[in-house]
Design a protein around this ligand. Sequence first.
Ligand code: NAP
Ligand code: ZN
Length: 347
Amino acid sequence: MIKTRGYAALTPKTPLAPFDFERREPGATDVQIEILYCGICHTDLHQARDEWAATTYPVVPGHEIVGKVIKVGSEVKDFKVGDLAGVGCMVDSCGVCPDCQDHQEQFCNSMVFTYNSPDKHTGKMTYGGYANNVVVDQRFVLHISDKLDLAATAPLLCAGITTYGPLRHWNVKKGDKVGVVGLGGLGHMGVKFAHAFGAHVVLFTTSAGKAEDAKRLGADEVVISKNPDEMAQHTLSFDFILNTVAAPHDLDQYMTLLKRDGTMCLVGVPDSPHPSPNIANLIFKRRSLAGSLIGGVKETQEMLDFCAEHNITSEIETIAMKDVNEAFDRMLKSDVRYRFVIDMATL
Ligand code: NAP
Ligand code: ZN
């Protein structure tokens, strides 16, 4: 077993603190990665504080992992010691079901999350990337380009694919009018990708102070969602809206902005339900309300390659490991520009 240092929450109410644990020795198809940076996703906060009532403690969060390969198993062909590598939200799946065969492993019934998921190797729960190393089957390890800033690449592993995936699935393209709701970790990547795909991008925010940043990141217009008059100016005009908000809110105020046949896709997972949407807003105008979960491994690699080609990374604030609890609190206040990334050298 490999002695590993990390940070864990031991209960929903206590701050994350240093936690020593063991990883398995890499098997024939495994890759061991020295973690250099790990992004902080709002999911980490939901899980550490048991906001989804599904956390087993201790929990070591972290699923935006980048680092250097330090060991590979005998059957690993695609990675070698010294390569840059990344790991996102998943570390295993059955590999044979229709979802896996379609490269949509995130929907496999046997998919294993990077943390807080039953680990068949250890019989315990998986432990995530707030740690100095990770051991993952090669099928779930991504290639990371050395052209991009490594710390700013980490958030692509979750915030990147979670926004790239639905924008691609709903075929966002030049000429489309696309809304992104919330300028946080996911939202700012949504703005960057929708802009890169040629759409006219409108950012909806509750934070007036983020308007300038949004424009710099690629938004053509910014709407303060608390202002009904500003909202009303966009009625019946959107092809697609990507909603990244992490808290319950009124969905109808966005549904009415969609054109006939438009779709709003939710990716935020609040700890309590949104107020029920008005079904008439779906029926009249044949609109859709949809959801999306991260993305498959193949599409995650495609997204990373797209980012390397188009020089796209996350806007980050790098923090020391010991400051993770403060970062959680700032994230809750929407005070993140626009993703915290832990420098593991500080662990
Ligand atoms: P984040 O960085 O905290 O960003 C969320 C943004 O939502 C905030 O910056 C804020 O933007 C807006 N917001 C927050 N509270 C709000 C409220 N009460 N009303 C309206 N807007 C509010 O979080 P994140 O890391 O991007 O994650 C967002 C959500 O997606 C979380 O629930 C997370 O668990 C979920 N998630 C889902 C998937 C998936 O696969 N579906 C993957 C990753 C994360 P403004 O200041 O601009 O208003
Ligand atoms: Zn995430």
